[in-house]
Write a protein that binds this ligand. Sequence first.
Ligand SMILES: [Zn+2]
Length: 408
Amino acid sequence: MSGVNRRQWLNRVGAAGVAAVAGTGSSAKGQEPGKPPQAVKPERLALEDFQPKSMLHVPETKMTRSRFPLIDVHTHLTRGARGKNGVTLGEEIKVLASPDDLLPVMDQKNIRLMVSLTGSYGKALEGAIQRLQQAHPDRFMVFTEPAWDQFNRPDYPRWQADEIGRAHRAGAKGLKVLKTLGLYLRENVTSGPLVKIDDPRFDLMWESCAGLNMPVAIHIADPEAFFLPIDRFNERFEELNNHPDWSFYDKDFPSNRELLEARNRVFARHPKVAFMALHVGNNAENLASVSECLDRFPNMSVDLAARIGELGRQPRTARKFFEKYQDRIMFGTDAVPNGTMTPQQVFLPELYEIYYRFLETEDEYFDYAPAPKPPQGRWQIYGLGLPETILRKVYYENAENLLGLKTS
Ligand SMILES: [Zn+2]
């Protein structure tokens, strides 16, 4: 800003703004030739009603298909039916979509395989495996989940480890851990003190996954802003205002940092477990920190799910991140069929088109979610224009390695 520093400039703009509101900016009546029109009192507009349309004239690439057939490692085609205080209770699941609904979209968008993470356990897991994975073995995979409501039983550590074995025999390809661990699960399941992520009562479960070669997809903590007050300084004010229960500020919640450190102790203690740290290691705002973790833990990889809004607003940093960790980043969306409450993860053709545009093109300043307003924060994103070798790895090669799929 030449000649004027930013504060002086803001002061001037501020003064002009005040004058305009008060209607004292001009004494001119009507519009004289060569003079600016009379200042008009600006309308007040609620933030929620603001839907600015970009006036940038830049290329817009329509991405109907991904360059390569991809594996979406992070979807939710079924999920726990009952819960209390954030903890899923019982094995019962809700089926969110049938293969008949999903396959046409998958074919149209070049999605070779979807991994449904929240497959529950026991009989419900068997049902999900039958409906998805056994019916279409090349198109769907199902992961199992810990039985949190069994946490109270005295033999839980052993029982849970054995349950992973039963799930594996039923066909489950991995274990999914929701942020329940660290943020919801309590000593008496839904009440009492929070259970720590690195609680030794889970050690046998982690080791069971290592022994069976089952990768662990783990979601720990949440965006940094979810741990801060919901106020005018919070960059995700609107999102948190829409979902106040997503806030982990105050109460008895640990800080974001404490949660990630506890997770890191688990990664260190179980080097034989392949951990896929979801949502860009749950720290997409801080790629320096994610990089540090990837350097420290060879057993860690990440997915992109529901975080292209973060990656795409730091395209230069993100591009370097993709170059350096190209063998450890996987394509994931967090897609939920009919998940209209969360447009950044709704299973729609438009969602996938945005991911393809972000990864493949150098388009500038576009929406990261198919929604009239950016749902996770008021910003736009920029494409990374990744080269073919990295695209192949991110779209499917890294997932093939993690999931033990043979490359033909
Ligand atoms: Zn998810």
